[in-house]
Write a protein that binds this ligand. Sequence first.
Ligand code: MCN
Length: 782
Amino acid sequence: MTTRLFGEKVQRLEDPRLLTGQGRYLDDLGHDAVAVAFVRSPHAHARIRDIDVSAALDAEGLISIYTWEDLPGRLAQPLPLLIPHPALTHGRTAYPLAKETVRHVGEPVVMVVAEDRYLAEDVCDLIRVDYELLKPVVGIEEAAQGAQLVHDDVPGNLGAHFVQEVPAADGRGAREAIEQAAHTLAFRLDIERSASMPLEGRGVYARWDGTDLRVYSSTQTSTSVRMAIAAKLDLPLPNVEVIAPDVGGGFGVKIVHPWPEEILVPWAAMTLGREVKWTEDRREHFVSSAHERGQVHFVRVGFDDDGRVEGLEVTILHDHGAYTPYGIIVPIITSTQLLGPYKLGSYRVEFSSIYTNTVQVTPYRGAGRPQGVFCMERTMDKIAQYLGADRTAVRERNFIQPADFPYDQGMVFQDGRPLIYDSGDYPEMLRMLKELIGWDSFERRPGVGIGIGCYVEGTGVGPYEGGHVQITSDGRVHVSTGLTSQGQGHETVFAQIAATELGVPIERVSVVTGDTRRFGYAVGTFASRAAVMSGNAIALACRKVREKALRIAADALEASADDLEITEGVVHVKGAPGAAVPLATVAVLANPLRYAFDEEAKRATQFAGTASPDLPPVAEGEEPGLEGRDYYSPVRSTFASGMHAAIVAVDPDTAEVEILRYAVVHDCGRLINPMIVEGQIHGGVAQGVGGALYERMVYDAHGQLLNASFMDFLMPYATEVPRVETAHLETPSPLNPLGIKGAGEAGVIPVSAVIAGAIEDAEGIAIDRMPISPSELFHLRG
Ligand code: MCN
């Protein structure tokens, strides 16, 4: 029997552990650690005149108090700007602890270390910070006026201004093409701020033994946190270890590296010679981590009588909050991936990235794509409505066709590389979706509407990811990769890949992620890249190990390696199952050390044909051990795609929206585990429903976040999330050995567009902003 697990609905190997309370999350560690709490700014914009800690000095359990002035060397510098861009002429990042000025409510000002968290919080209450209040800048359009500045040296609050244009084939610019088109439309679309809300917030726990620093962080990027800590604390890289234990969700917010706490806590551990821990609470998560989504879009489109788009112009105001640690990646993604599955005549995008006195913006699952898809799909719906055409027909007329791949859609990404779609079949996908939802047989009835949304998503971004695979003398396979896991099921899918490549039962494979002791080089888990990047790296590493195993086994079996295969963990001569050697034995043969207490070693010496208990030396050119490491570094991203449709009912009295059906057709190339991909899509749709109907950050004119708790920030319950009907289309990626594309963000991307289209269809009123609440919808009815 061949071990073939790739593509099967294998139950998640991590779930028994996670579902029975055996998971080890950040706060399960470091019970002897002392605790950190922060004094955070209660004001959106203020100058710090004085910090008076005198009343706190005798507080019970106090260990230490730190302000910016206490920070040494590079720790006192602003945090790194992680993704610079030439258009980001005025990038600004925060100091780990505020220096002179605070620019949003929640900015850390003072760090307190005490015997426990309760005492640390009590100490915080005794510290008096004297602020000189400055006028806060709130709201993108107000900020863009530039009357009041967030950063004194950033005129107009303008961090970045960016224009990119794809001219028509005849050289006309998009504006000209729009002017000359048979029909034009212009409209404004708004998306409000929301945020990643993982069950587990951020957290850091550090210990220092005088030479080595070990840090546990609830992070999506342990290797980058490690580099940041080493650089900021002036430590040699080999003396810093960073481990992501079980992580209870990230959804983007944990990719920032380092968060101030991730360098302050290790520094405190080194300074105090104590184990130190900080665990974020929910309010801190709302006001001190990161938000996303907030953008205003002005759209102009020109099209012909059939609805073919001749020119599209989108002008975006992006609210990036008070700082830009992640550069302008979010509006860049909106700008470049807005085009979706369409072949437009010409396209011009322009955005201004604006500072406000609100929490900084970094990528949240989908990262700019939900906004872009909202623009593009609302545009398609409006064209159809204007022409009185079917909404799917207009989309179809604009589709990139299967014969067009590889398709260069003309835009250049953040890294300067062209965006080239590698594969897909959009007409077939639409056909499947229409059949799944019953588009053509949908019966019109009052208060019920149907909507559709399409997207294409760049996934599996580089530069690299690695995998290490080792088979030990007990026949177990140990896989490690440097990127981290937050619940995506990596232990299962990477084990599926290794088991398939090596021909071993999956129960014998164990996977470690996000531990720099096991694998030091990695980029991280974001941008739906783990499957493509580490999946392929692990497959390549397995192929190396397999080749070595066959070489050694060929010697032992006196056969040609070409005649051997591996099934169920045993190497044997094809067609002669008796001539076999277990991988466990091969692992011993690969290592010349004698294992006196190891039964496999005894069997291996017999295979080696020696009466001596010592194994033969390592052959020339070989390294000891049955292990291998490899990296995967793609030339460019691979493009997944999907189409969603929903049927909604809107209550005639209360304007409440109920999602009656939700259907998804998705293409992430070859599926490693369809069950996990479906789970990812369901989770994404749930977040999308939140973005469409419930979730928004509500700031008042003073820059106070009014709904900074789960009592006030609405998220959908299971009762609001529809059953998601899913179908897969598999167009393998030609760019990577496994033919896979990413899936982790897909579910969330088009949901706002789909639900807006369905509500519009039900109510006959334009839905141009998201989220939309029943009261807003009620008022729109007029
Ligand atoms: N997969 C597969 N076959 C494919 C593609 C993917 O079986 N062809 C599987 C993968 O092996 C993996 C999962 O689907 O188990 C998602 O894969 P991938 O698209 O590579 O995404 P990542 O693993 O890189 O995860 C990141 C992605 C992002 S960007 C966010 S945000 C997000 C998401 O995943 N955050 C999550 N899903 C999340 N799920 C949970 N539970 N928690 C989060 O924080």
